[in-house]
Ligand binder design. Structure first.
Ligand SMILES: [Zn+2]
Length: 80
């Protein structure tokens, strides 16, 4: 799951069906990501494997960094 359950417009993306720009919304439903065109009603499932690999790595790194920072805070917390 990449997107929130709340529908969000994807800026600069053209609909593959009606070729209208900025009409595609991305959202998650049941853990699956979808894109939907508000202009023609086109709906398509987005696969995680089609997402850029760079984004995945960046997300993982950020999550690891946050986890490390969290444990560091716990260690030096005098209340701990
Ligand atoms: Zn469309």
């Amino acid at each position: 799951m990449v997107f929130s359950t709340k529908k969000r417009f994807i800026a600069g993306v053209t609909c593959p069906k009606c070729a209208v720009m900025d009409k595609l919304q991305a959202y998650s439903e049941g853990g699956v990501d979808y894109r939907e065109c508000v202009s023609c009603g086109f709906k398509d499932q987005m696969r995680v494997s089609s997402m850029p690999k760079e984004v995945q790595t960046r997300v993982n790194t950020t999550a690891e960094q946050i986890a490390m920072q969290t444990s560091a805070v716990r260690i030096i917390d005098p209340k701990g």
